[in-house]
Design a protein around this ligand. Structure first.
Ligand code: SF4
Length: 339
């Protein structure tokens, strides 16, 4: 679909801190049709605000099982994180950590998506950068995707915002237009040959994963809500996702063990730690190459460390050359090169 992404990245970062202060967000070209027209059934319940995610990511990129496996194979487990939801009512959920978590057949369900560490970014022609949660693969300087055109570029990113239009839901492009002006969405309808929606039972095991052992998630649900997941928490969910079978609740023991081992051997050893000694220790004994085969885990830790120690200061987004590219992240072409 034709969209105007230069200087935006609205679907790759959480820009709601601007939204709350600068717009009421009501000027939309595509309102959620189900809010207006769906007066009964699941659509109405969802529109009323049920099944609220436990995390606070405003534009979570849900990956397919095969994409999860591909990221695990590439040593990029630290880039991934699960999303759980609060159930609409006790009948459709399971109790874990004092919360009723949305479930299918007694199994808590979740997506796997991309993490958003804090990065200094200046989208929407803002003069000064701000620390915002931004996709692990977003180059904060050019606001372009580091894996665009790569084998691992997620289907959901490639089909955005067409899926939203097909479902008659508001797009991030329209929210950005409403908040900051300009034209971002340059077409009003989804392509006729759009696929990959994965709705309902099609999604189960392919994009919506069901954990077969709810007890294994004790503590994980609390830490999800607190934004404090550990590498082990994420590995447990990634392993179940990698072991899932499209259209069923069945999981493969072989793929679960493979996924768990792969996630743990490529994870940052101490989870969300922002201990300054991490990188010194890793580079001193060379273990970073073993624990984290790609640049992503080390870069996430470095962004978190810098955010924690930055106070009120925000560095130039060009610092990403040190934080990401120096660790092996692919570069992005910039917008001049695309004109
Ligand atoms: S993978 Fe790329 S396109 Fe998708 S959210 Fe991340 S930066 Fe954006």
């Amino acid at each position: 679909m034709e969209v105007n992404c230069e200087g935006c990245a609205g679907c790759c970062l959480n820009w709601r801190p601007f939204y709350d202060t600068e717009t009421d967000g009501t000027a939309r070209r595509h309102r959620r049709a189900r809010i207006d027209t769906d007066t009964e059934g699941e659509g109405a319940a969802d529109a009323a605000g049920a099944r609220v995610p436990l995390d606070d990511d405003t534009n979570f990129v849900a990956l397919t099982r095969d994409e999860v496996r591909s990221f695990l194979e590439a040593g990029m487990a630290p880039a991934l994180t699960p999303r759980f939801w609060r159930a609409r009512d006790a009948a459709e959920g399971v109790e874990i950590d004092g919360r009723t978590v949305a479930a299918v057949a007694g199994r808590p369900v979740f997506f796997v998506g991309l993490r958003k560490p804090p990065k200094p970014v200046a989208p929407f022609d803002r003069e000064r950068p701000t620390w915002l949660p931004a996709c692990v693969f977003l180059d904060p300087e050019t606001l372009q995707c580091r894996i665009h055109g790569d084998d691992r570029f997620p289907d959901e990113c490639g089909s955005y915002p067409a899926h939203n239009l097909a479902l008659e839901q508001e797009t991030e492009c329209e929210r950005v237009e409403a908040a900051f002006g300009g034209r971002r969405l340059l077409e009003d309808s989804a392509p006729d040959d759009l696929d990959g929606l994965l709705l309902g039972t099609q999604a189960l095991g392919a994009k919506l994963f069901a954990h077969p052992r709810p007890a294994a998630l004790e503590g994980v649900i609390d830490r999800t809500a607190a934004g404090a997941l550990t590498s082990e928490d994420r590995a447990e969910c990634l392993a179940v996702a990698a072991a899932s079978s499209p259209g069923t609740l069945v999981t493969s023991d072989y793929h679960y063990e493979w996924g768990k081992e792969r996630a743990l051997e490529t994870a940052d050893a101490d989870g969300n730690s922002v201990d300054e000694s991490d990188d010194e220790r890793n580079s001193a004994d060379g273990s970073d190459d073993i624990r984290d085969e790609s640049w992503v885990g080390s870069a996430i830790r470095e962004w978190e460390r810098r955010r924690l120690t930055a106070g009120e200061t925000v560095p130039d987004p060009a610092i990403a050359a040190d934080v990401e590219e120096a660790r092996g992240a692919p570069t992005t072409p910039g917008w001049d090169a695309l004109e």
